[in-house]
Design a binder for this molecule. Structure first.
Ligand SMILES: NC(=O)c1ccc[n+]([C@@H]2O[C@H](COP(=O)([O-])OP(=O)(O)OC[C@H]3O[C@@H](n4cnc5c(N)ncnc54)[C@H](O)[C@@H]3O)[C@@H](O)[C@H]2O)c1
Length: 289
């Protein structure tokens, strides 16, 4: 699981669904969020949301530091390595994590990889106003990171393995406010899902899919600034009007990662209460007549 740092986002819900299905789950957490996440866990602040149907608490087999904008240790700039949140974590690159997993669990330690992370430093800026560096940073953290993970983790996965990532409708339809090149990054992520499904299928015998999730007020989404409005709008205008829950995405991710989905690869699967199918806002009465 790459991209868990609290219990509010899709990553946590997916980890929980995988654990319910019997998986042992390791997480990769962004170094700036790592200490806070470990403190939340240790102080029992997440115990309620960690509760599984068996009554036991969701536990992570290991929590690794992971910064998905770096592929190797050499790429981490000196000033970042020396900074407060990075100086004690060692090699937190994607390649570094692959190495640690092999060291800790043996040659083929993985069956399932979930990419549940994104970052766009200029997400509040319209695409037309985004800087080149802001755009490239969004692409690097939110799209290239999947390529790097499939390349590096695919090689240490058991055949039949599965990659799942998270995308958003802004890749294919205009969502005003979802800026900073994040819409571009999601379009790249979906396109790459198809090409990577082919390449990783042939090279490693693994599957690659992405879930296009409806809006959820996670920590990352709150950075967009209009998430509550998006959640409200989607609920008013979707076939199913109750608000999307993170566990609904968790269940689909668990399904896609399981042998039940052994015939599914290269797909973008909508988990959005049907919103993507709509072509017009619903009149205030909500009537279908
Ligand atoms: N929340 C929504 O409305 C929504 C809708 C559709 C898709 N998504 C996608 O779901 C995924 C998970 O996001 P979420 O909304 O659950 O929020 P979240 O805050 O739970 O998850 C985002 C995670 O990304 C991590 N991260 C950021 N930069 C990183 C980096 N360089 N290296 C490693 N980790 C990094 C953050 O620490 C955080 O844990 C993202 O891909 C997001 O775009 C979210």
């Amino acid at each position: 699981m790459a991209g868990v740092a609290d219990d509010a986002g899709f990553g946590f819900a997916i980890a929980k669904a995988l654990a319910e299905a019997g998986a042992s789950v390791c997480v990769g957490t962004w170094p700036p969020a790592l200490t806070i996440f470990q403190n939340l866990l240790e102080r029992g602040k997440m115990d309620e949301s960690r509760r599984l149907s068996s009554g036991e608490l969701l536990t992570f087999e290991k929590i690794y530091p992971l910064d998905a904008v770096f592929d190797t240790y050499d790429e981490i700039p000196e000033d970042v390595r020396a900074s407060k949140r990075y100086k004690d974590v060692g090699d937190c690159s994607i390649g570094g994590l692959a190495g640690r997993l092999v060291q800790d669990f043996g040659d083929q330690p993985l069956d399932i990889v979930v990419h549940s992370l994104a970052n766009g430093p200029e997400v509040k800026k319209a695409l037309i106003d985004v800087s080149r560096s802001g755009y490239l940073a969004a692409m690097s953290a939110s799209a290239y990171s999947l390529i790097s993970m499939v390349s590096r983790f695919g090689a240490i996965m058991r055949p039949g393995g599965s990659f799942v990532s998270l995308t958003y409708l802004a890749s294919e339809r205009v969502i005003p406010g979802y800026g900073g090149g994040m819409s571009s990054a999601k379009a790249a992520l979906e396109s790459d899902t198809r090409t990577l499904a082919f390449e990783a299928g042939r090279r490693f015998g693994v599957r690659v899919n992405t879930i296009s999730a409806g809006p959820l007020a996670s920590r990352a989404a709150s950075a967009i600034g209009i998430i509550e409005k998006m959640v409200e709008y989607v609920s008013e205008n979707s076939p199913l009007t109750d608000k999307l829950r993170a566990d609904e995405v968790g269940h689909v991710a668990a399904f896609l990662s399981s042998p039940l989905a052994s015939g599914i690869s290269g797909n973008t699967v909508y988990v959005d209460k049907g919103y993507h199918a709509m072509g017009m806002a619903v009149p205030p009465s909500g009537s279908t007549d």
